[in-house]
Design a protein around this ligand. Structure first.
Ligand SMILES: *Cc1c(COP(=O)(O)O)cnc(C)c1O
Length: 382
């Protein structure tokens, strides 16, 4: 028989809980409606407080890629020297974006599964004055986590170098503190660790980043201009572009859940979930692409054991009710990517692993049923 539901366990969009879905289903109000204005204000305040910025947050209709564009367009102008670190596909996307913008860009790229050594970054920093350094916290193509706190420390010595972090696959799942980590621009999107449907770009900017924006004068970009949105973020009853009312309500509900759980507890939960899932996958014969010391908590990129074919496996898994993503770049066909961030609970994780076991059996790979589930539970309960 067909499964009752398809659980979307890709690295975004992540499963959306009922209370968030309900916000999406509400009758849409005017963006001038006083109750909506209050809710939007609350969302902005919560985002700033929780991520500890002395600056501003921008919440606009868009995806993570728009957030990337908004982040760089407001702090750099053509010809500005910038250092982009790449740990995979999304780092490379940032390189492509910065190249289109005509920045004077230097890049440091790691082998997939590894990170750029801090020593190489230090050498670059001391050789030249950069206006910004950009890194993705978790690169979704590799499952690698960048040492954001250490990078922030390193950059303390460079007063005029802004630190930009792509948090699309990490924000609310991996620890990010703008003030203590020295992050000047952090950006994310609604459909990953926030567990909200796709459609919102979220960009935090420190006061230093806002000053940089001011110093640029008029920029070429229009929709993503901080200066256009600042009055709205401070007083959401004002108008620039129509806010996605229902998505903002959905984000408000997600933030209510985050506050109820506690952001620190949420980070701890993600860490435990990541370690437990990764132990379970290894016990079933998968190899993780990311080196152990740089492994993200929000997703797992698992290389197939020999004899397991990508299409057959993901097809069988889909029939068991679980949707996962394929590999990107050179890893297409060689691995699958499993998201386990946001509001996914332990029951959903257990049934994901049990479905992975059943799918392995269906494609003819010998595995002891229940083994992965056992390993997961032992690690999770510890
Ligand atoms: C998903 C993702 C993006 C792109 O986000 P979209 O919403 O797909 O545009 C950028 N960076 C990282 C690290 C991501 O995981």
């Amino acid at each position: 028989m067909e499964m009752n539901r398809k659980l979307v366990m890709i690295p975004g969009p992540t499963p959306v809980v009922r209370s968030i879905q309900s916000e999406m289903g509400r009758e849409t109000a005017s963006f001038k409606d006083p109750d909506f204005v209050k809710d939007f204000k609350q969302v902005n305040t919560d985002l700033k407080t929780l991520w500890q910025t002395d600056g501003e947050v921008f919440v606009v209709a868009g995806s993570g890629t728009l957030s990337m564009e908004m982040a760089v367009s407001n702090i750099l102008k053509e010809g500005d020297p910038v250092l982009v670190l790449s740990h995979g596909f999304f780092g490379d996307r940032m390189i492509e974006l910065c190249s289109r913008k005509g920045f004077a860009m230097d890049t440091l790229s790691s082998k997939w599964g590894e990170i750029v050594p801090l020593k190489e970054i230090e050498a670059k920093l001391s050789s030249k004055h950069y206006k910004a350094v950009i890194v993705s916290h978790v690169d979704t193509s590799t499952g690698v986590k960048a040492p954001v706190a250490e990078l922030g420390k390193l950059l303390e010595a460079y007063e005029d170098t802004l630190f930009v972090v792509d948090g699309v696959c990490s924000s609310s799942g991996e620890p990010e503190y703008m003030d203590t980590m020295g992050i000047d621009v952090l950006f994310t999107a609604s459909q990953k660790a926030f567990g909200v449907p796709p459609g919102l770009s979220i960009v935090w900017a420190s006061s230093k980043a806002l000053q940089r924006r001011k110093s640029l004068g008029e920029i070429r970009e229009y929709y993503v201009d901080f200066e256009k949105w600042l009055p709205i973020m401070q007083d959401p009853s004002k108008y620039f572009g129509t806010p996605p009312v229902n998505l903002i309500w959905a984000l408000k509900e997600s933030l209510r859940m985050i506050k109820a759980e506690g952001l620190e507890a949420r980070y701890e939960r993600h860490k435990k979930v990541g370690q437990s899932i990764q132990a379970a996958l290894e016990s079933l014969g998968f190899t993780l692409l990311a080196n152990e010391n740089v492994r993200a908590s929000t997703l797992s990129n698992a290389l197939y054991p020999s004899g397991v074919e990508d299409e057959a496996f993901r097809g069988a898994l889909g029939k068991e009710g679980i949707v996962v993503a394929g590999g990107l770049g050179d890893y297409a066909g060689k691995m699958f990517r499993l998201g386990h961030m946001g509001n996914v609970d332990v029951n959903e994780l257990v049934y994901t692993i049990s479905a992975i076991e059943r799918a392995l059996v269906k494609v003819g790979y010998e595995v002891e049923l229940g083994k992965g589930v056992g390993v997961f539970l032992e690690a999770f309960q510890a």
